[in-house]
Design a protein around this ligand. Structure first.
Ligand SMILES: [Zn+2]
Ligand SMILES: [Zn+2]
Length: 118
């Protein structure tokens, strides 16, 4: 480990690298990551991207309406809610897990860390 490099990189970069390692080692589920390795951001900052919609696993996908859910991030209450623009719900187990990961990253960046494996 190179501590000089670590000191110069941001908290996000450190967390990204840490979660990449934990995920590769099978110690962290992709769904539970607070960072996104595709976008290089905190998950709540990019969960509204189309890349986070998955029709198979039903992350952010309403099966009934065949529609992507929209994402509402509330920085005040540190909550993230996803809902179908057509039926108003459309959430799945995968979507709830994505919401939980987004709320964890939101809380983490606001200095109120949620319970996390480190
Ligand atoms: Zn992303
Ligand atoms: Zn719907």
């Amino acid at each position: 480990m190179n501590t000089v490099v670590q000191l110069r990189t941001s908290n996000l970069d450190l967390r990204l690298a840490q979660e990449d390692r934990l995920e590769d080692a099978g110690r962290l589920a992709p769904d539970d990551r607070m960072t996104c390795h595709v976008h290089g951001r905190w998950i709540h900052q990019c969960a509204s991207s189309a890349a986070h919609v998955n029709q198979v696993t039903r992350h952010r996908w309403c099966r009934e309406c065949r529609t992507a859910l929209t994402v509402a991030v509330d920085e005040l209450t540190l909550t993230v809610h996803m809902s179908c623009p057509a039926c108003g719900d459309g959430r799945s187990a995968a979507t709830r897990r994505l919401e939980a990961a987004c709320e964890a990253s939101l809380s983490y960046t606001k200095g109120r860390p949620a319970a996390l494996a480190s």
